[in-house]
Design a protein around this ligand. Structure first.
Ligand code: GDP
Ligand code: PGA
Ligand code: MN
Length: 583
């Protein structure tokens, strides 16, 4: 009896011996524990209470100004064989990485409390869910983990039953960018993160566990851990199709997941249900379809650009019980960010009087909030078996070339479309913004193993008995000659989703091209959408010479992953290149 917890207890003792905390606190996830944590953080200035009339039980956290985004150059995958991490990851040998991290962690929690956070990613009773334990010295991390995961007693009980859990060790350290590393040891189901308090680096259940470690586990166990939102589209007949979509960070996942239908659709009875806004775990069910759960319990969304106009569901969600990170403040203590409204903030995200010289909120400012507060939260999001996926969508920010939507001809082609994904970089990670980079399946920063093996794993789902979703590609970000977006986006994106569902059900038409099935403007329901002549032409255009260059460069990109790239994928690229040259 108790042997499973013995392993956990032993690990906690080992960590305590290394990090030397003054106190150890086992988190139970209760309301009183949360209240106590908040009191402490209010007292030391980690959290500033916001205006309690407009934003009850909500706080502002200002991070260290050098610690505001994920640090991909300091993020490593430490496999015993370098090839297993692949050219898509920074690699360090497990022994070197452990030596480095042990030195950083030694004595780092002196004078601090060490929190032990048992958590479950996914509905607590779901066979698809997986557990972890994060040890951290940051109460801000504890408070965020409580919102983002199922944390506490129930998770601990599941760990005791299953024995297996992901071990995450985190310390904010000195918040020195030169002493900052995010290390993953997939073979040991271990994460070690030092020197950052920022979400993606410090909330280890999220990108570190639910994507990097989980993708590695998923490959061994025959499922998929993906950087995808999940939504349900309910038509006026009450039929719901679930769609999973992979867009790189800050390319519209949260917005699409919370879509509000255009007025005409609303009046006709269309509804959109939010199941998840960032991460999707899928596996084949008994009927051969892919079933998906959202492993998270909350949203860690980008604040700038969120408004009553762009995303009313998100705005409603964050009216109470929300932690804001790095937003500006109005005179009367309300959170503010660019794009919210016309008011002028009094303070910027660093806490200085706002001087109009730059943005008041950091471009990667975030809100952390329980998903249950979202008006469009799907009752199916708590379903242990997950939701059946009808369509998988890939997309990115592409100012040119890529049309509004097209459909892959089959699964293999769809995997190539995902592998070929490109997007302009955003503020979600440190580094230049607006640079086009390849980001296969939006997993470039998150795939915990060699991309070549990952592509092969994706292809492996196409087998007898499978009943796989159709795969599509979208681009909400095509720009016109005036440099403005050609497609209105947001709620209007439902028109594109409707076309996809009609394709799934064999209703809508499209034209076959070498890059896939492309609708004409008339194939979509565009009544009431103000589209310029340029938009009507360009959004549905197939630019053959442009695609020739794109598909040729894809060959070079695939070659970067060497021998391990599956032949089927190379053949698919060759087929399309050939079709583009012919005719
Ligand atoms: P996530 O990080 O992938 O969840 O991305 P978000 O949904 O938070 O959106 C990131 C940014 O893209 C925000 O500034 C949004 O306003 C913007 N955005 C989202 N959807 C659309 C869209 O359909 N069209 C345009 N033009 N911008 C969008
Ligand atoms: P996101 O990532 O931009 O995909 O929401 C969150 C993060 O930066 O950790
Ligand atoms: Mn998001």
């Amino acid at each position: 009896m108790g042997s499973q917890l013995d392993a956990l207890n032993q690990w906690v003792m080992d960590v305590a011996r290394l990090t030397q905390p003054d106190r150890i606190h086992w988190c139970d996830g209760s309301d009183s524990e949360f209240a106590e944590l908040v009191r402490g953080m209010e007292a030391d200035g980690t959290l500033l209470p916001l205006n309690s009339e407009t934003h009850p039980e909500s706080w502002l956290h200002r991070s260290h100004p050098d610690d505001v985004a994920r640090v991909e150059h300091l993020t490593f995958v430490c496999t015993s064989d370098r090839e297993d991490a692949g050219p898509n990851n920074h690699w360090m040998s497990p022994s070197d990485a452990h030596a480095k991290m042990d030195a950083l962690f030694a004595g780092c929690m002196r004078g601090r409390t060490m929190y032990v956070i048992p958590y479950c990613m996914g509905p607590i009773d779901s066979p698809l869910a997986r557990c972890g334990v994060e040890i951290t010295d940051s109460p801000y991390v504890v408070a965020n983990m409580r919102i983002m995961t199922r944390m506490g007693a129930a998770a601990l009980a599941r760990i005791e039953r299953e024995g297996r859990f992901v071990k995450g060790l985190h310390s904010i350290g000195e918040l020195d960018p030169n002493r900052r590393f995010i290390m993953h040891f997939p073979e040991e189901l271990t994460i070690q993160s030092y020197g950052s308090g920022y979400g993606g680096n410090a909330l280890l259940g999220k990108k570190c566990h639910a994507l990097r470690i989980a993708s590695h586990q998923a490959r061994n166990e025959g499922w998929l851990a993906e950087h995808m939102l999940i939504l349900g589209v309910e038509n006026p007949k009450g039929e719901t199709h679930y769609i999973a979509a992979a867009f790189p960070s800050a390319c519209g996942k949260t917005n699409l997941a919370m879509l509000i239908p255009p007025e005409g659709y609303r009046n006709a009875g269309w509804k959109v249900w939010t199941v998840g806004d960032d991460i999707c775990w899928m596996r084949p069910g008994p009927d051969g379809r892919l079933y998906a759960i959202n492993p998270e319990a909350g949203f860690f969304g980008v604040a700038p650009g969120t408004s009553e106009k762009s995303n009313p569901n998100a705005l409603a969600t964050i009216q109470r019980k929300t932690i804001f990170t790095n937003v500006g403040l109005t005179e009367d203590g309300q959170p503010w960010w660019e794009g919210l409204d016309d008011r002028k903030p009094a303070f910027d995200w660093r806490g200085n009087a706002y001087d109009f010289s730059g943005p008041a909120a950091h471009p990667n400012a975030r809100f952390t909030v329980s998903a249950r507060q979202c008006p469009s939260w799907s009752p199916k999001a708590e379903d242990a078996q997950g939701v059946p996926i009808s369509a998988i969508v890939f997309g990115g920010r592409r100012a040119s070339l890529v049309p509004l939507v097209f459909e892959a001809r089959d699964w293999t082609h769809g995997v190539l479309v995902g592998a070929a994904m490109g997007s302009e970089t955003t503020a979600a990670a440190t580094g230049a913004v607006g640079v086009m980079r390849r980001d296969p399946m939006a997993m470039k920063p998150f795939c915990g193993y060699n991309f070549a093996d990952y592509f092969a794993h994706w292809l492996s789902f196409d087998k007898p008995g499978a009943n796989l979703p159709k795969i599509f590609h979208v681009n909400w970000f095509r720009k016109g000659t005036d440099g403005k977006f050609l497609w209105p986006g947001f709620g209007e994106n439902l028109r594109v989703l409707e076309w996809m569902i009609d394709r799934v059900e064999g209703r809508a038409s499209a034209t076959d091209t070498p890059i896939g099935a492309l609708p004409k403007a008339d194939d979509l329901r565009l009544d009431g959408v103000a589209l310029s002549d340029e938009a009507r032409r360009v959004l549905f255009d197939f630019d053959r010479p442009g695609w020739q260059a794109e598909i040729d460069s894809l060959e070079d990109f695939l070659a970067e992953f060497g021998e391990r790239v599956p032949d089927a994928l190379k053949r698919e690229q060759g087929r399309i290149a050939e079709e583009l040259r012919a005719s």
